[in-house]
Structures are given as structure tokens and as C-alpha cells.
Design a binder for this molecule. Structure first.
Ligand SMILES: [Zn+2]
Length: 923
């Protein structure tokens, strides 16, 4: 693809908008964005954006912006309560309050993806949006019913992070109204507010001059515009209209230090927040040039911080710094570090050193050069892919334009500007910018956010201030140039050959055998312009290693990953790969090992080189091994403060007893059982041989061009005789009815987990019936447990239908609720299951599931990921890949009678586990 001819670009010219976009305004002030886009086909993404969020709430309305959003699903002018969600489900849209909408401080956004198989669907879609805009009913009885659901939602958000955030935010917002307007609101208000307070919010702020409608997808723009006129030009602004206040946040003028701790905090973190600043403007093309500089700055600074984690005793586990958006109109420079065992002073020293070094000396020529390459590659892929961009991502961009005035010149223009400006930005200009953009330390908020459980040494405020003063006084040092090898491989392997090649015309595949026995399946697609995906999966995995070797096997991949490959550490390799887009990952589970990779079309060779090095040359590095072990220990230690971790562990031990091979959350002592040598041995014993590997490639490559590369990098892989069958580890669940209560956590929160398992007989049809049954029950959980009974906010069921090592099924229901509702939740769920066992599902519910599956399958057929997974599955399970062509037929064939039988088969009330989490102080 070539760029449009380069016209004269003047920095003072106004920023244009994407020429493919139709942006306009109705007389009543409603803004609209319309764009035709065919990815995915037969679908339109609709959005209603309201520039009104919790910050506009009056004192008696705290939480009602969010409450209003919920009410939009509870009855409107054209859709009775329950009718809307049910209608949307019937045309294949998964739906429910909050699933497709969100409320924040400054805005409320409604998300509606509509299939366009029939023209009526789209019309109804616009009707839904118009109803949300000004047709929500808000009947008293429905409002009162929703209170419980929202209180359940509030309950779900409770815990250590929420408790700590509530202390932190008032400081960040510096006493402004934002500090008192968390979108979830106040529990008392939610319980008691007067109905009219809610209606008042809706009337005051849901008005066309604060709204935008976004329409992106498989639709003619003129038709869409007509519909916008039809459905939205009748909306009225209230008279008199309340002025929408601009909420100003006063600038911090004094520093403040806070230590915020919680027994259940899962990490120890240091956060430096510098005074808020007004967001940069985006009026002229010169502003876009500034954005390019801003991006260079942020990416270079963060690469510096990232590089520090690659050492035996890193100063922090991870860190980031740079300007970030806070609320509408405001940015703030924020530097954060997750503390490592090296402690608080080390983290502060490192953060300050990097920040002040950049402020004083700027970046090096080599760093800047690499940053340009990396950004250039990103712009190039965006440009290559723009005709295949997803409608939803365009919609997100236009929403940001409406809310924060983010520039939307379109990727063609953006790429043009980058090409025009990037080279011309000198290191000197870059470093001038760095000096200005990096704040000094005269005013800042400093937070230590972490755990205060027994055995933790938490600094006090004065101590923290002393540490910061020490760190600030250190003289920054300039960063030395580091040279890294420009090439991944200096000598290439001796190529093998492609010995056999045949075509599968039906599926559009080329299948090959290489001279070392490795097999390859190629599927060339045009779903994306610049994406190639690769995978291979082989039986074996951890099942081939003894219990004593469990941790060495389990962590063999992370250990090898952390140390790099060939002559490269992980970070060095990233530098060498600057400007390339390619990656390769290996992983191992109980019964298999897998290889996955992705690249752009022009970087396939790089991906294959990475693959070759990963498989043949793991790198040994004692220091990086120690760094991995100590950071993993720190993470594991902290994670146990979280009630969820205790609960997950209890679930495993209840269901699998003391089986040493059943997965459980990582414990500190696990990491003492890992040996560097043995982990590498295990890795090499599996990945060092390519025996029975079958690679799948899907994406935008040329068959003739990829073939010689396969001969060089795949046909040359060593093949030694290793075992490529798994062994049954007999990780079997307990039998009978097992019940367990787990006490953990401070908040009044419970979670109910119910687990049904047993042997099964796998067929494609049965697999589908099983999953349809699970999905129908999920509809029931939302419809009955949530909407009708108000017992839960979210929750659901998941099912697995395994073939390896034995044919078995598993169903897990997970339902967070209030402790006093635990029994009601279990009774209600069992009731729904029993109804299906006795009378089968309602035809309507089965149809909803089928519609959403058919819709999803339509999109999967045009997705590289889905094809990769499907072809990989067919190879691994030795089934016919052609089955993908008859998915629709199998979906349509499912009957209510089959679901009824399935429910009888898979839910045995004499054989299940029930594990319930209660608060530590159970009443
Ligand atoms: Zn909600």
C-alpha cells in the first residue's frame, strides 16, 4: 500500500478529521459519528455517549448516575422491563445492565452491537438508543427492585484495593468534588434515595447537547444519518437547562506523604504523583507533532525502568512513569514501583535516579534511534491494518474524541505526519522536551500503599520522607550507551527440505512434511493485512516427569524465559528486535507442550529465528534465575493476603484432596524446590527435539516466500527420539457430596462454588449439547437469580468437556453474594437445574443460545486466531478439520429434549462439591 501524495503540511493548519468519517451535529446539539466499516461483516456498533457521570450528582444523588444506567435496561417507552434484554438475546446479542454499559466520573456510555442480517434489527437498535437517551421509564417499583442488585454490585467491589483507594483519591483530587463522587456511590443513598432524585438526574443531564451517537459498521452512511435524524432530532433540551459545571481541581501547592496499609493488600507499592496539569490541546497539526514527542518520551523512560528489573537484585519488581489522564481535562505525572525484596529505599533511589537523569541529561542517541524504530513499526502496522480495523476500535476512538477531544485525523494522516515529522525531531529537541516534561520534586504526593500484616516492615510517614530526601539528594548519572548485537543469528542453520506437499482445497490448506519429519499446515488468509500466527502442540507435558520434579517441570518455561536465549537476555533481545514485530512463546501443561508465535507479514523470518533459538539455545544465567525466584516468592507471599487466594486453594484441596499434581496457587516454599539445572534439563528434553511437532501457520503470507524459510528454520530442527504420548496422572475429584466452608476476608462477602464432575463420552455433538446446557443455565442465572430475585450482581457457570487423559466433564458455578443469601442462592440455582432436568429448557432460551453461537461462528470464520485454534485442535486430537464447515448445522440440530437429557446426565445431586467463602468473622 502506498501513502497518498504528500501535500504541504503546515504545523498551524487545523487537525483534520478522518476523511472516512461523517461527523455532524443535529440542531438540538446532539453530535454524531458515522463510518462504514466491514470488519466484522453484517454488524454495526452503536454507541450512546452521555457527557454526564457521577461528578454531576447532587448531594442526594450519590451513586445515581450509575443507577440511571441500570434503569435503562428496566423498561422504556418501547421496551417493557425484561423485554429489551430478551429481544437482544434473541437476535444474538449478549446483554445485561453493565455488560454493555459503564458509568464513570465524567461520562456514561452505552454499547450496542447490532447484527444487520435483517434491516429491522438496525432500526430497533436505533430505537433502543433513542429510548436510552430520553425514554427510560423509571417506575417506582422497578427502581426499588434495582437497589438490591446495585448493593450486590457494590459488595463485589469491596476489598483491600477499594478500601485503600478511598483514602488515596481525596488527595489525588485535592478536595474537589471528584473526591466525593465515586461512581458506585454511597450505600445509604442507594438504599434510601427518593425516586425523584433519580428522575431529576436523568432529566437534567440526559439531553441532546451532552450526547453523541456513534454508528460504525456494515451500513451505508447516508442511511445511518437518516436514521439519526429520524430517531434523535425530536429529543429536547430541558428549559431552562442546568449549566453543566466544569469541575476544577485546585493545583497542589504543598507536598504530602501518606502510608496507606491494609492487611489484605496483595503488594507493596510506592506511588509518586506530581501536580495535576490541564491536558494538552489538539487543535492544529503541530499539536500532533507534540504528541509524537510525548510518546517517544514515555516509551524511552519506561524502557529504562524496565531494564532495571533485569538483574539479580532488582530495585523493584516493576515500575512505570509518565503523564497519564486522571479525569476529564486533567493529566498528572505519576511514577509507581512495585516493591521487591530490596525494599523501599532501593525503589525510591532507582525511580529518582531515572527520573532525574532524564531531566538533567535526557536520552542517548542510541535510545532515541531505537524508539523511533519501534514507533515507526507500530505506525506501519496500524497503517497496513487500517482497512481491517475492527468497528469497535473505531467507536472507542470517536468516543474519546467526543469526551476529551482526542484527535481523529485517521490513520492515513497519522502515518503521514509520523513519516513527515519523526525523522526531523532532533535529540536536542527531544531532550529539551524531557527537561520540561519531567517534574522536579518541590511539590508531590507520595504514597506508600501496601500490607501491614504481621511480619511486614512498613515505613512510617517520617521515615518515608527521609528516604525520599536521601533519594532526591543523589546526583543523577548520565546513562551510558549500551551496544547490542544488530542480528539475532549470525550463522543460519543448514536447511533441510520439504519432502512432501499436498493441498486441501476444501479448507484452503497446504500441508507439508519436512525432511526431519516435522509437519506444517499453512492457511493463507486475508482476514488481516499484516498478521501471521503460528502454533504447535504435542502430547507429553508435565505428565512425563515424576512428582519430585513437579516444580521444576511446572516452572521450566518461566525459568528459561527469564534468562533469554542464544547470547541475549530478554531485555537485550528486545533492543535487538526494535522495529520488528515478532514473538514466540513456549508453555507446558499437564499433558502437552505448546509453542505459539505471532509476527507481521514482513517479520516472519524473525519469528522463525526466535523459534529456532528458543527451541535450541536456552540461555543459562544464574543472576536472572535468582531474580525470578526472589520476585516470584515476593508475589506468592503477597498473594496469600487476598481472601480469593485462600479460597482458590481450599477449592483445590477439597476437590482433589492432597493430590500433589492438582494445581494450587503458588506458595513461597514452592520456589525452593526449583533447580536451575534441572529446569533447563527438562526444557531441553522436550523442546530440544522436534519429533512429532506439527506447526500451523495462519495469516497474510505468501506460500512461495514462506517455503524456503520453513526449509531453513523448521526442517533443520533437531529430532531425537523422545516420548510423545502423555501418561495419565490420575488427578481425579472426590466422589459423593462434599461440603466445605472457608473463612477469609474482612468484608461481608461470600462466594458460592458448586462443582459437578464425572466421566463422559466425547462426540462433537455431545460437546455442543453440553455447552448449550451450560449457556442456557447462565441465562437463567441472570434472569432469575439476578433480575427476579436480586440475589446476585454477577456470576455464572462454566463447563469443560475434556478428552485427555480421559473423557470427563466438569461444571463449575461461581456466584458471589451476601453471606446471608448463600442458602437462597444455592436453592435457586438447584431449582433452575431441576426444572431443566424435569421439563427441559424453554425453546426461547435455546434459541437465544443458538443465535449467539451462530453469530459468533460467523465472525470466527474470518478470524486468524479461531482458524489457528481449530486447525491446532484437529491435529492434536486427531480429528477432521473439515468439521468447521458443519458447525452451523450442528448448532441448529440441538433440541430441547437433548438439553433435558444432558441436564439429567451431567447434574448428579449425589455427586458434587459445594465450597463457600464466608467472611473471617462469620455471624
Ligand atoms: Zn452497575
Amino acid at each position: 500500500m502506498s501513502l497518498p501524495a504528500l501535500a504541504e503540511i503546515s504545523l498551524n493548519d487545523p487537525l483534520p478529521i478522518n476523511p472516512d468519517l461523517k461527523k455532524g451535529k443535529l440542531e438540538n446539539g446532539l453530535t454524531y459519528y458515522i463510518q462504514k466499516n466491514n470488519n466484522p461483516q453484517k454488524k454495526v456498533e452503536l454507541r450512546l455517549v452521555v457527557k454526564a457521570g457521577s461528578v454531576l450528582e447532587d448531594d442526594d444523588q450519590q451513586g445515581l448516575a450509575h443507577f440511571t444506567e441500570h434503569m435503562a435496561f428496566n423498561g422504556s417507552k418501547h421496551f417493557k422491563k425484561h423485554q429489551l434484554i430478551s429481544y437482544l438475546q434473541s437476535i444474538g446479542v449478549k446483554f445485561g445492565a453493565d455488560l454493555n454499559a459503564y458509568t464513570s466520573f465524567d461520562e456514561t456510555v452505552y454499547i450496542l452491537p447490532i447484527p444487520t442480517d435483517k434491516p429491522a434489527y438496525l432500526k430497533t437498535g436505533f430505537q433502543v438508543l433513542a429510548d436510552w437517551a430520553q425514554g427510560v421509564e423509571m417506575k417506582a417499583v422497578d427502581i426499588d427492585k434495582e437497589r438490591g442488585i446495585i448493593l450486590e454490585e457494590a459488595r463485589l467491589g469491596k476489598g483491600a484495593s477499594d478500601r485503600m483507594m478511598r483514602q488515596l483519591l481525596p488527595e489525588v483530587f485535592n478536595g474537589s468534588k471528584y473526591a466525593e463522587r465515586l461512581p458506585i456511590g454511597k450505600e445509604d443513598t442507594i438504599k434510601q434515595f427518593k425516586h425523584d432524585a433519580l428522575r431529576r438526574f436523568y432529566k437534567d443531564w440526559y439531553r441532546p447537547d451532552l450526547m453523541a451517537v456513534v454508528v460504525i459498521g456494515d451500513v451505508q452512511p447516508d442511511d445511518a444519518e437518516k436514521m439519526i435524524y429520524k430517531y434523535f432530532s425530536g429529543l429536547k433540551n430541558p428549559v431552562p437547562a442546568r449549566a453543566r459545571p466544569e469541575i476544577n481541581i485546585p493545583k497542589n501547592t504543598a507536598s504530602k506523604t501518606m502510608v496507606i496499609t491494609d492487611k489484605e493488600a496483595t503488594n507493596n507499592m510506592l506511588m509518586l504523583r506530581y501536580p495535576l496539569e490541564k491536558q494538552p490541546t489538539h487543535e492544529v497539526i503541530g499539536d500532533y507533532r507534540q504528541d509524537i514527542i510525548r510518546n517517544f518520551y514515555k516509551s524511552m523512560l519506561n524502557r529504562r525502568l524496565g531494564a532495571l528489573t533485569e538483574q539479580a537484585r532488582p530495585p523493584f519488581l516493576g515500575a512505570s512513569a509518565g503523564s497519564e489522564p486522571v479525569v476529564a481535562g486533567y493529566d498528572s505525572f505519576v511514577a509507581t514501583a512495585i516493591l521487591s525484596p530490596s525494599g523501599t529505599q532501593a525503589a525510591l533511589d532507582a525511580l529518582m535516579q531515572e527520573k532525574n537523569s532524564v531531566r538533567q541529561f535526557g536520552f542517548t542517541a542510541a535510545e532515541f534511534d531505537r524508539a523511533k524504530k519501534i514507533e515507526a513499526r507500530e505506525y506501519e502496522s496500524m497503517f497496513n491494518e487500517f482497512s481491517k480495523s475492527n468497528s469497535a476500535s473505531f467507536a472507542a476512538e470517536y468516543i474519546r474524541n467526543f469526551l476529551t477531544n482526542e484527535p481523529i485525523p485517521g490513520i492515513k494522516n497519522e502515518y503521514l505526519y509520523f513519516k513527515e515529522f519523526a525523522e526531523g525531531i532532533s535529540l536536542e529537541e527531544m531532550n529539551q522536551f524531557a527537561k520540561k516534561a519531567t517534574p522536579d520534586d518541590s511539590v508531590k504526593l507520595m504514597f506508600y500503599v501496601g500490607s501491614n500484616k504481621a511480619g511486614e516492615s512498613t515505613p512510617g510517614v517520617a521515615e518515608l520522607q527521609d528516604m525520599a530526601a536521601k533519594a532526591e539528594q543523589k546526583t543523577p548519572e548520565a546513562r551510558a550507551e549500551k551496544t547490542v548485537s544488530a542480528k539475532l543469528m549470525t550463522t543460519l542453520p543448514t536447511p533441510g527440505q520439504i519432502v512432501n506437499e499436498k493441498e486441501n482445497k476444501l479448507l484452503g490448506l497446504v500441508e507439508m512434511t519436512l525432511s526431519n519429519g516435522v509437519k506444517v499446515t499453512l492457511k493463507k488468509t486475508d482476514f488481516k493485512n499484516d498478521q501471521v500466527l503460528m502454533s504447535a502442540r504435542r502430547a507429553g507435558g508435565m505428565s512425563l516427569f515424576s512428582d519430585a520434579d513437579y516444580y521444576n517441570a511446572f516452572y521450566s518455561n518461566p525459568v528459561v524465559w527469564a534468562m533469554g536465549m542464544g547470547n541475549f537476555s530478554q531485555k537485550d533481545m528486545q533492543e535487538t528486535l526494535a522495529g520488528k514485530s515478532a514473538n514466540v512463546r513456549t508453555s507446558m501443561d499437564n499433558y502437552s507442550e505448546s509453542i505459539g508465535g505471532a509476527s507481521s507479514a514482513s517479520d516472519i523470518e524473525t519469528m522463525l529465528q526466535l523459534l529456532y533459538l528458543r527451541l535450541t539455545s536456552p540461555r543459562k544465567d544464574e543472576a536472572l534465575f535468582q531474580s525470578l525466584i526472589s520476585s516470584q516468592k515476593e508475589l506468592a507471599r503477597n498473594s496469600w493476603a487476598h481472601p480469593e487466594t485462600v479460597f482458590t486453594d481450599a477449592i483445590t484441596t477439597t476437590i482433589y484432596k492432597d493430590n500433589p499434581r492438582a494445581f494450587h496457587p503458588a506458595r513461597v516454599e514452592d520456589f525452593d524446590k526449583i533447580s536451575l539445572e534441572r529446569s533447563i534439563d527438562i526444557y531441553q528434553s522436550r523442546y530440544g527435539s522436534a519429533k512429532d511437532l506439527h506447526f500451523i501457520f495462519v495469516g497474510s503470507f505468501e506460500i512461495d516466500k514462506i517455503k524456503p524459510l520453513l526449509a531453513i528454520y523448521l526442517a533443520s530442527l533437531p529430532v531425537t527420539d523422545i516420548k510423545t504420548e502423555y501418561q495419565d496422572l490420575h488427578i481425579n475429584p472426590v466422589q459423593g457430596i462434599v461440603k466445605k466452608e472457608v473463612l477469609a476476608g474482612n468484608e461481608e462477602k461470600s462466594t458460592v462454588v458448586l462443582s459437578f464432575t464425572g466421566p463422559s463420552t466425547y462426540t462433537r455433538e455431545e460437546n455442543m449439547r453440553f455447552h448449550a446446557m451450560v449457556d442456557i443455565l447462565n441465562l437463567k442465572i441472570i434472569d432469575v437469580l439476578r433480575e427476579k430475585q436480586g440475589l446476585i450482581y454477577s456470576g455464572g457457570m462454566s463447563g469443560s468437556f475434556e478428552r485427555i487423559p480421559q473423557s470427563r466433564y466438569g461444571i463449575d458455578a461461581e456466584l458471589p453474594c451476601s453471606p446471608e443469601n448463600v442458602d437462597k442462592v444455592i436453592t435457586a440455582l438447584f431449582g433452575e437445574i431441576k426444572k431443566i432436568q424435569q421439563s427441559g429448557p424453554q425453546q426461547e432460551d435455546l434459541n437465544k443460545v443458538k443465535q449467539s453461537w451462530l453469530k459468533a461462528h460467523q465472525e470466527e470464520l474470518r478470524s486468524n486466531e479461531s482458524w489457528l485454534n481449530h486447525l491446532q485442535g484437529a491435529v492434536y486430537y486427531k480429528t477432521e478439520a473439515e468439521a468447521i464447515l458443519s458447525v452451523d448445522k450442528r448448532i441448529r440440530a440441538i433440541t430441547p429434549a437433548q438439553i433435558k437429557e444432558a441436564a439429567q446426565r451431567y447434574f448428579n445431586f449425589q455427586n458434587y462439591a459445594q465450597i463457600v467463602l464466608y467472611p473471617e468473622q462469620k455471624k
